[in-house]
Ligand binder design. Structure first.
Ligand code: URA
Length: 229
């Protein structure tokens, strides 16, 4: 090797060291968010506070920059039934609570039909900040918030998990399923240490657009009502 080549090889090695050459020689995907398996200690109330704080401390999130408030949850954290929607809309963003707009009013009616209300269930969303113009969250946004909602489920430890709509279903069950085939069935799932019976039903906003589907949602609601928990 001549002097010029040695010089450029040394320069290259120094450059690799500078940019952390493990990233180049290691073929594992880089986890930019580093939240996939985070541990939270304490009792349930303490864990929920810590989880909310870790979402509040998320960096470089455009949703968070545009949203007014974090929308973390509503209802009874000791309930055996947890409901998960998609993401907050304008009303939820303004009040910092999930399902307080028109879709929320329908959700309240659906719950009342099976003798439930917000004090008897616990409600959250896949995404904790409002997507601009109420657009659907992107796959990237869902990936980013997934570790938080998974941890949220684990902390609440519900016996029954109700997924409202296809965004919640695809995020937590998988992308290779369609709601028309998945709704109205019990699916046993584990989220961290939480083993739970999952049921998928239509999102109330969808039911407002497609009222003919309410009869299917009613079948799902009766399954929840009749579940022995
Ligand atoms: N739609 C949702 O999915 N979640 C809310 O909180 C409100 C509307």
């Amino acid at each position: 090797m001549n002097k010029k080549n040695i010089f450029s090889t040394v320069k290259l090695i120094n450059y690799y060291k500078f940019i952390n050459y493990n990233l180049i020689y290691n073929n594992k995907a880089i986890n930019r968010y580093k939240k996939d398996n985070f541990e939270i200690s304490g009792n349930k109330a303490e864990k929920l506070i810590k989880l909310k704080k870790s979402i509040l401390s998320l960096n470089n999130c455009d949703l968070k920059k545009h949203g007014k408030n974090i929308v973390f949850s509503d209802g009874n954290p000791n309930s055996k039934i947890m409901l998960i929607g998609e993401a907050p809309g304008a009303n939820e963003d303004a009040e910092g609570l999930p399902f307080v707009g028109r879709a929320g009013a329908l959700l309240d009616k659906m719950l009342a039909a099976i003798d439930l209300d917000r004090n008897k269930v616990y409600i959250s969303n896949i995404i904790n900040y409002r997507p601009p113009d109420n657009r659907r969250p992107t796959n990237e946004e869902i990936r980013r918030y997934l570790p938080f909602i998974t941890k949220h489920i684990e902390i609440i430890n519900p016996k029954v998990l109700v997924l409202l709509g296809s965004t919640a279903m695809n995020a937590l069950i998988g992308n290779d399923v369609v709601i028309s085939k998945m709704r109205g069935k019990w699916i046993e799932k584990q989220f961290g240490n939480c083993k739970t019976s999952v049921i998928i039903t239509f999102h109330p906003a969808f039911l407002m657009r497609q009222p003919a589907q309410k009869k299917m949602a009613w079948i799902d609601l009766k399954m929840i009502r009749d579940k022995k928990i």
